[in-house]
Design a protein around this ligand. Structure first.
Ligand code: SF4
Length: 205
């Protein structure tokens, strides 16, 4: 793999709102899909975000493991499969360090397997949990935690997680952070709070 920089929209070093346990969450910048009602419209363009060295992101993941006791990483978007080469490096590294890997993709698994980029297979081969399919605004999921709409499927590719774990049925959470004068929000907001789920913004005063 030759990918040495990742186009990143946002990183949260430790969150409990993006998958089981405490996780390092990374949102890629850029998605070729256009789901109506997408919660992250500012993450769709491939021109925004920040280009970050893969080695620097790996350093952040390992620091989160040491200091935040994360159990895994979650890759979100944007569309992780549109950044598969870099995402695969992160996933492989996470596994090498005993961390689990969860990927959210707007592609259904069958379509993902047809994508021409060979790095997609490499990423899926180092994924524990794949949440697949586009977000469908008209079908909000009110029973499964961490899942946006009822059409989306949870694929457990390894034995690390179980479908009958009660963690999947707990209420969703929204996390709001204020750090160095900026607010960032992640997790699953109530419908009336969707507009809050945006990139960090300055706090006056
Ligand atoms: S796949 Fe995700 S990021 Fe892309 S448009 Fe759909 S909801 Fe938005």
């Amino acid at each position: 793999m030759t990918e040495d920089r990742l186009r990143i929209a946002q990183i949260v070093p430790a969150t409990e709102a993006e998958g089981p346990g405490r996780r390092f969450a990374l949102w890629f910048q850029g998605c070729p899909l256009r789901c109506p009602g997408c919660c992250n419209p500012e993450f769709l363009t491939f021109n925004g975000g920040e280009l970050v060295e893969v080695s620097a992101v790996i350093e952040q993941i390992l620091r989160a493991k040491r200091e935040e006791n994360i159990e895994g990483i979650s890759l979100l978007g944007g569309e992780p499969l549109a950044h598969a080469a870099g995402a695969a490096i992160l996933a492989k590294t996470a596994w090498e360090h005993g961390l689990s890997v969860m990927v959210y993709s707007g592609y259904v698994l069958e379509a993902a397997r047809e994508l021409p980029d060979p790095a997609v297979a490499e990423l899926l081969a180092h994924t524990d949990i794949l949440v697949d399919g586009p977000y469908v605004r008209e079908q909000p999921d009110t029973t499964r935690r961490w899942i946006g709409s009822t059409n989306q499927r949870v694929h457990l590719f390894t034995e690390r997680y179980r479908a009958d774990d009660p963690c999947w049925r707990s209420p969703n959470t929204l996390e709001i952070r204020v750090r160095k004068g900026e607010i960032s929000v992640n997790g699953f907001p109530a419908p009336q709070a969707v507009g809050l789920w945006k990139k960090p913004r300055r706090v006056e005063g």
